[in-house]
Design a protein around this ligand. Structure first.
Ligand SMILES: Cc1cc2nc3c(=O)[nH]c(=O)nc-3n(C[C@H](O)[C@H](O)[C@H](O)COP(=O)(O)OP(=O)(O)OC[C@H]3O[C@@H](n4cnc5c(N)ncnc54)[C@H](O)[C@@H]3O)c2cc1C
Length: 298
């Protein structure tokens, strides 16, 4: 029964997102920028949005390998707005979740994004602040905010190489103002001053191609949703989660990773953005923007 219940969130209507989806396929090509953000999932989008709102005088380009944004975890998750009750009290994950959920509800109200507060049962504990939302619609709304603020989004740009530029581009008067070259698998180039990668399950590969560490590795495994028989639907009104296990040894919080030297000192990899990164996304965007400002003196 426990596994069947998480389906409730996945059933949330997605019909209201069509207009937002159209916004996301705009291609505003820019070949040079101050900061390139790699990854058009909720973490990359929330951070790109936060950065451009804080730094309207800088130029930002977001690079995504798929045809559309949010095609990976961010558009295929359970749709739950977590309350934070499930995580170790005081941990970064719990704090980002609690503040992120509050920011998220506020954002949904301002942007008229539909959501439902349905509560969550965890054994005997009840959490009335848990809700459901279409996180892909939220991603596309972040993308629209980013583009409206002047940000550029390039989809179908699979980053395959990140390296220092040996010389300025032909006919350029910029010299080496943009000393990093990001190359796509199709041979296109974007030059920038700084790179932030938010590659989700590809985080280790992106780190490796920029010469940074392959650890921590992303290790995939599979889960299932089961459907509750319609005649048993009356049994469940909210989401039910298993009891807490505080003894896990997985990397369960953020890992930031950069490097040294010409390239490494201009690159920041977000190596691990674990669930509930969708719920926490606005708070995560702020935390990553803080980190970027501190490292790169933006
Ligand atoms: C099954 C499941 C259910 C979940 N349910 C919930 C939930 O209910 N509530 C919640 O808050 N959280 C939930 N989460 C967690 C949440 O969805 C993720 O933590 C969050 O979406 C991670 O976002 P991300 O941007 O880091 O990664 P992703 O969404 O995976 O985005 C990474 C992006 O990087 C792009 N990329 C990768 N490599 C390259 C490259 N070389 N060049 C260009 N682009 C590249 C990918 O195409 C992708 O678009 C769930 C996660 C899973 C897996």
């Amino acid at each position: 029964m426990k596994r069947a219940l998480s389906l409730g969130a996945a059933l949330f209507s997605r019909s209201s997102t069509a207009a937002l989806r159209r916004v996301a396929v705009l291609h505003l090509h820019r070949d040079v920028c101050d900061v390139a953000v790699v990854g058009g999932g909720i973490v990359g989008l929330a951070t790109a949005r936060e950065l451009i709102l804080r730094h309207p005088n800088l130029t930002f380009t977001l690079l995504e390998k798929e045809r559309e944004l949010a095609r990976h975890q961010s558009g295929r998750n359970s749709g739950v707005i977590h309350s934070g009750v499930y995580y170790t009290p005081g941990s970064l994950k719990a704090r980002l979740c609690v503040s992120g959920a509050a920011l998220a509800y506020d954002y949904f109200d301002k942007k008229n994004i539909p959501y439902k507060k349905c509560g969550k049962g965890i054994m005997a504990v009840d959490s009335p602040h848990t809700g459901i939302v279409d996180w892909r619609a939220v991603c596309l709304s972040y993308a629209a905010d980013f583009q409206q603020a002047g940000g550029s989004i390039r989809t179908m740009f699979t980053v395959s190489d990140i390296k220092p530029a040996a010389q300025s581009p032909p006919q350029s008067s910029d010299g080496l103002k943009y000393p990093i070259i990001i190359r796509s698998s199709e041979g296109e180039e974007v030059r920038c001053r700084f790179v932030l990668t938010c590659g989700g399950l590809y985080a280790d590969r992106l780190s490796e191609i920029s010469g940074c560490s392959a650890e921590p590795r992303i290790v995939p495994f599979r889960g299932d949703y089961l459907v509750l028989k319609p005649e048993k639907n009356y049994l469940i009104k909210g989401n039910i989660y298993p009891a807490l296990d505080r003894d896990g040894n997985l990397v369960d919080d953020f890992v930031f990773d950069g490097g040294v030297g010409e390239l490494g000192s201009r690159v920041l990899h977000v190596r691990n953005a674990p669930s509930p990164a969708a719920t926490s996304s606005l708070a995560i965007g702020m935390a990553i923007a803080d980190e970027l400002e501190a490292r790169f003196a933006l």
